[in-house]
Write a protein that binds this ligand. Structure first.
Ligand code: AMP
Length: 219
């Protein structure tokens, strides 16, 4: 679908709610640019930048990195895509971050993935990644064709350092305390749209229909 005007969206949901997978599908179906704060931080860690080295222990422990650090990182990166329609994934995660974003861009839609905590805990600890591409597998419901290897490249899969059970609980707590207020923030602005379910494949058609309508030239 061709976009008629610049469309700015945020995707939210607890860690493991399927944000990465849904984002990939949105990007593919609607041609938005995708910016993930977690990917950006992991790229910094991999490249051993000063910022990456400073933030690594925070991330490995499942804590949020400081608002000013992440806001500066994301807003700088966004300058490269500000003439395009975009989808932000993982940012903003606090009300202060949402305000920093608001100072520069107004968000058209916030897609909120509402997935039960029990589902998420199980999902996160069985999640495997192909780091270079960001492809995500799950040993329970989306396993690779050959165990431990990426379907496309055949390269080895890894488990994220912060996908251990204790860290997962800490990340969910951070979500509850710091990120849920952001949902309220966007709800009060009238841009929040929540999609509930336990399976990405079950939620996706609703998101697709919603965005098709939202992005149709009549709107
Ligand atoms: P994610 O891949 O989005 O789950 O992010 C992985 C980790 O990066 C999080 O657990 C945080 O430690 C850090 N992180 C990512 N985005 C943010 C953000 N917007 N604010 C603070 N920390 C973040």
């Amino acid at each position: 679908m061709l976009l008629q005007r610049i469309f700015r969206a945020v995707i939210m949901g607890p860690p493991g709610s399927g944000k990465g997978t849904v984002s990939g599908r949105i990007v593919k179906s609607f041609g938005l640019m995708h910016l993930s704060s977690g990917d950006l931080l992991r790229a910094n860690i991999k490249a051993k930048t000063e910022l990456g080295l400073l933030m690594k222990s925070c991330i490995d422990q499942g804590q949020l990195v400081p608002d000013d650090v992440i806001s500066r990182l994301i807003l700088t990166e966004m300058r490269n895509i500000d003439q395009s329609s975009w989808l932000l994934d993982g940012f903003p995660r606090t009300v202060s971050q949402a305000e920093s974003l608001d100072n520069v861009y107004s968000v058209d839609t916030v897609i909120n993935l509402d997935v039960p905590y029990q589902t998420i805990k199980q999902r996160l600890t069985s999640r495997w990644l192909h780091l270079p591409s960001g492809r995500v597998y799950n040993i329970d419901f989306n396993p690779p064709k050959i165990a431990g290897l990426d379907d496309v490249t055949g390269e080895p899969l890894i488990q994220r350092d912060d996908d251990t059970p204790e860290t997962v609980i800490r990340r969910l707590k951070a979500y509850e305390n710091q990120t849920q207020p952001v949902l309220e923030y966007y709800r009060s602005k009238g841009v929040l749209k929540t999609f509930s379910g336990t399976e990405t494949n079950q939620i996706w058609p609703h998101i697709q229909a919603f965005l098709s309508k939202k992005l149709s030239p009549q709107n």
